[in-house]
Write a protein that binds this ligand. Structure first.
Ligand code: 13P
Ligand code: SF4
Length: 327
């Protein structure tokens, strides 16, 4: 990974927490003392979501980062999200509790291979999903998230070729909705492609009353069966609709915490993973690297901090702002 040197430098952050302290209380105290704001994605552990000032999908968190007035933004999510916060609000100190918190999509596209891909389609407008590195963002014309990908692609004149990277499943979904043919990078999310179609079919037979709702990073065969497809935030909003009381949710299981909290009387079932883990659902190993202990240490030391080269910041900001203008 690109940030290995930084990981080495802040290695001591894993040191143990003083005995007898109440982590939640200490995090709230440090947050106030240091004028920090905690942003968290729906996929992180529930104990962190409970402490966060804002919880959201990638778009909402990017917007919240841009607006943040605090001195420090603590990003409980993954590396590309913290980079995005730094790009959109560069005067703030942005910290990520664990620098190892990457993303299989971002890792699928390094800048050299991506440049080669761009060279094959020199006239194409480059649309990159926000789940990519700051370097790849800087090589893109416009960024999109799962909540605005269709809108972003529809904003491009119909006579233009389009490169879409790095998620092939979101890309195929956007092609289907918009009818636009695109040059799609072949990355995928290890969590969403790990949802088992066979187990899902069995679950749907067992719960015929339940609606299947899915994130667009899922495989096309899952999306074909879904009643609703959307970003984490829109999936959360969808379960609140009256008249349906049971849902099978094909995305990372962290979102279930907020769903169950918002509709306590409804049945919310996680789509099953191919490889079973403790919850038999799909969990993102990177999002789950955010723990209360690391959050406490990150606030205490104000590390690990996200810093980026000026030229990368400028290029990536332009592509991100092109998205925010139409969102
Ligand atoms: P959302 O923008 O829908 O929250 O998706 C982020 C993500 O990483 C999905 O895997
Ligand atoms: Fe990346 Fe998938 Fe984890 Fe989202 S769930 S951060 S796309 S690996």
């Amino acid at each position: 990974m690109l940030f290995e040197k930084e990981i080495e430098r802040v290695g001591y952050l894993s040191r143990s927490i003083p005995e007898g302290i109440n982590l939640q209380e200490e995090i709230i105290r440090l947050k106030k003392e240091k004028n920090a704001v905690i942003l968290a994605h729906y996929y992180v552990h529930a104990d962190i979501q409970k402490l966060a000032d804002h919880i959201g999908d990638s778009l909402a968190l990017a917007q919240a980062s841009k607006k943040a007035k605090h001195d420090i933004i603590v990003f409980c999510g993954v590396h590309f999200m913290a980079e995005t916060a730094k790009i959109l609000n560069p005067s703030k100190k942005v910290i990520l509790p664990d620098l190892h918190a990457g993303c299989s999509l971002a890792d699928s596209a390094d800048e050299i291979a991506f440049q080669e891909f761009k060279n094959q389609h020199p006239n194409a407008v480059v649309v990159s999903y926000i789940n990519c590195s700051a370097r790849v963002k800087a090589m893109s014309d416009i960024i999109c998230t799962s909540s605005n990908a269709v809108k972003v692609v529809e904003s491009i004149p119909p006579d233009k070729e389009i490169i879409f990277a790095p998620d092939q499943n979101l890309g195929k979904y956007v092609e289907k909705v918009t009818g636009r043919k695109m040059h799609i990078w072949n990355g995928s999310c290890i969590v969403h492609v790990n949802i088992s179609m066979d187990k899902l079919n069995a679950l749907m037979q067992k719960h015929p009353e339940a609606e299947l709702i899915a994130h667009p990073e899922c495989l096309p065969e899952i999306l074909e069966k879904a009643h609703f497809i959307g970003s984490t935030k829109s999936l959360l909003e969808y379960v609140q609709k009256p008249g349906v009381d049971s849902f099978i949710v094909a995305t990372e299981a962290g979102i279930l915490y907020k769903m169950r909290e918002s509709v306590p009387g409804k049945t919310i079932i996680a789509a099953p993973a191919i490889e079973s883990n403790s919850c038999a659902c799909s969990e993102c190993p990177y999002m789950k690297m955010n723990t209360l202990e690391k959050l406490y240490n990150a606030l205490y030391y104000e590390l690990p901090e996200i810093n980026l080269a000026e030229d990368i910041m400028q290029g990536a900001e332009k592509a991100l702002n092109n998205m925010l203008l139409i969102s």
